[in-house]
Design a protein around this ligand. Sequence first.
Ligand SMILES: [Zn+2]
Length: 390
Amino acid sequence: MGQMTVIAIIILLVIIYSSAPLYIPFIENKINKINKKFDYRASKDARDFHSTLFIIDLHADSLFSCRSLLQSNSRCHVDIPRLIKGNVKLQVFATPTLIPFNPNIERNTKKFAISGFLAFMMHWPINTWYSKKNRALYQSNKLHEIQLKSKNTFEIIKTSNQLENYFKRCRAETNITAGLLALEGAYIIDNINDDIDELYNQGFRIIGIAHLTDCNLGGSVHGVEKGGLTESGRKAIKRIEELNMIIDLAHASSKLIEDVLRICSRPVIVSHTGVKGCLNNNRNLSDQQIKKIADKGGLIGIGFWETAVGINGVESIVNCIKYVSDLVGVEHVALGSDFDGAVTTPFDATGMVHITEELLEQGFSKKNIRMIMGENALNFLLNALPKEFN
Ligand SMILES: [Zn+2]
């Protein structure tokens, strides 16, 4: 490469970098859209009932952005004020670290990862441009900073004792919310015990083994090989369980799901998914997989976007919830929006009431609605999380 070409590339990168704040918010908003076609208005009855629920959402990628989550934004799906407005009491914040170029649900290679470039464009610290691990830690630090600056309106849940106290606190206070840290794709786990221990110490409590590409520990359903659990994967499962962390099988290949369910001794979650019974595609769980996960006491978070559940907005979401409830019992169903996960959803975090309303409309009992909207996830987490954390 000639000297002039190098200089030209550097100048181009400087221009891209310095002008990024002008167009990144626009792009971010474009890939995390709300489908305006669904202009829902909730009834007073639905709103009144909704305000009594303890709502948990098992998956949002909102930390992978450059906007402040402390202020209410008009773009994308989630921030602290909007979680409070939607009565979401606990949001699982996932941290993706490896994103392939032009991701799809069928087959992604690791060759052209763009996550470092995205970190560069979002003006994240330099050490996140070249390190997957630093990208995870940066997102975790971001959530801790939100906690610090939130004036007690937001806390990160790390233990079951803390969750129990927070649940009690929610009975007296309305304008609060909480978060739980999850890793989406275990691409940063090399030295099994050391790396998992570090994630635990940083506050991570859910480990998603695969994301959009195959991982050293096991295959992704969107990967090239789509393999099962590797030797390192087996060791990782053991360590994750020893620490009372939770395994997330969202994005896992069918071999990986089978292998994990064969050896795990604790229930797992699939944090954000659809089901083949409602929408048959490579992304979604089969009836047999749902049954096996439920047999182990697992929890299935139903997604809010089209590739997961279908094109009819909240009706599609609730159809999917109903399908899983009928198949394995309502106690295995939870919410897994995938807000801010490069998806279009029928509403943002303020619109959770529309699910409550549609559940009422489709004839679910109030008791079952409470379970689906959060109690199932609450009980799951109370059992699964470590009691204390020093
Ligand atoms: Zn995902």
